[in-house]
Design a protein around this ligand. Sequence first.
Ligand code: TEU
Ligand code: CA
Length: 560
Amino acid sequence: MEKKWWKEAVAYQIYPKSFYDSNGDGIGDLRGIIEKLDYLVDLGINIIWISPFFKSPMVDNGYDISDYYAVDPIFGSNADLEELIEAASQRGIKLLFDLVVNHCSDQHEWFQKAIADPNSKERDYFVIRKADQLTNWRSIFGGSVWTKLPGSEDEYYMHVFAKEQPDLNWENPELRQEIYKMINYWLDKGIGGFRVDAIVYLKKNQAFPDFPSDGPDGLASVNLGSQNQAGIGEFLTELKAATFQNYDCVTVGEAFGVPLAQLPEYSGENGYFSMIFDFSYDVPDGTNGEPWYVRKPWTVKEWQQKVYQSQKILKEFGIWSPNHMENHDSARVVNRFFEADQINFASTTMIGALDFFLRGTPFIYQGQELGMKNATIKDPNVFDDIQTKDQYQVALAANFSTSEALKAVLHRSRDNARTPMQWQDEIYAGFSSAQPWLPVNDDYREYNVATERNDANSILNFYRRMIEIRQKSAYREILIYGDFRPVYLDLDNIVAYDRHLAGKTVRVICNFQNQAIELQKYRQNEKYQLILSNDAYSTNQEQLLQLNPYQVILVEVTEQ
Ligand code: TEU
Ligand code: CA
């Protein structure tokens, strides 16, 4: 396994609108990130992925970019960005920008020129078809992927996401060159690389077929005609050769729906990206084809099989993975995995550690290290997220009462991840001096950076300790480059695995249940040396080894 700086890093995702507001307008900004860099240094972070901060009408909170070269005024200026790059670099932190090139904003000058002049070169920068050539594809945020091109009688443009996010036509070579130029412009500023947004949608099925409908709207998922389509590899190969390949950078693709067998094509030394996010082991609520509000039962065993399968494949192919439990599109991990009465210090740190010590680069999402929970929104009018608003309407149309719809939507809403970061036990959680753009969670008095930093037994200090162990302890090499081997496979609610390197073994054991368990009888002549625990734990080998509910331990294993 080749050594790389980004394999040895711990990454942290910032959603800039919600991280820290430096100028009292209720919206997080780049200077806010600069002010909080030392917090991230203290936590032990080496890579920061920042969600988009470029000029945008904010229909999708910055994922609709109208100028790839200019910082949006709500986030600050280009000078602030330069300062941020410099300040991060001084602290040994690499910045990853969010590269959104499947689509841009309808306010981007390319789209404006395309509308203004049917003969402009920009007209072909977009996916435009005549009224009688349209498909029945449903956009990710609801409704048809086709919207009438303003000013045109019979032409429509395609958008995988919102209608304000027209897809870029990657079939056009000039457009591709424009994009490569922009990418190299930012790489030349010395950034560490990119997280690459929605990259599996670049290639559209050029036959533009209809598909059998999968919903009451008569439409079919856009994924059938636009996700991982044959020919996407040519675009991604060219993209890499024209940009990333020529820098010591890291790229992390957001690549939903890539079959496991195709992983080596997408990631690794010879892949399109350094790594791609693996979404295969999220808890199984309704996805592709099924309504999102369907909540499916799951067992720890089934879930664990998916994690092991993923780790096994990665190992077989010799590729590396960005391990994550949360991002700006997901509900909070604790709410996805545990019922409200089971969310506590132990369960929160157990699920955190389970993911953190897997083979790969850990990605922590802002607030995850505090144990932040889902939003406590009580009024649907407060929702900000475009997808959540659509889902609320879908739930009402499916005959949910208003309170049921609110509950169903809140379980998965992307707004859950976007409530303001909780810094202090102060008004607006110390995020801002003004009322924030999205309300602060009710629990900020207990869960915030200042309070948790002063409490030796807080979730924050547990995360700090995990990071310190992976990055600075004698177990660093094992925890970074060590092999992954599942153990205790016959136990239902235990998720346990070894990291193994050069004859040394470190084991992570998670008691994934609200019940204690004795493990002594499963051990064969093994001696444990405790490295980390989220609970009281006896190091006395004579005693029975018992794990309390949701206890996790990290131990070095030696033969007795
Ligand atoms: O997400 C791509 C994507 O497929 C998501 O819409 C995902 O299916 C959904 O959010 C799960 O709830 C990326 C960004 O991460 C997301 O924030 C953007 O809205 C989207 O692209 C469009 O740029
Ligand atoms: Ca601000």
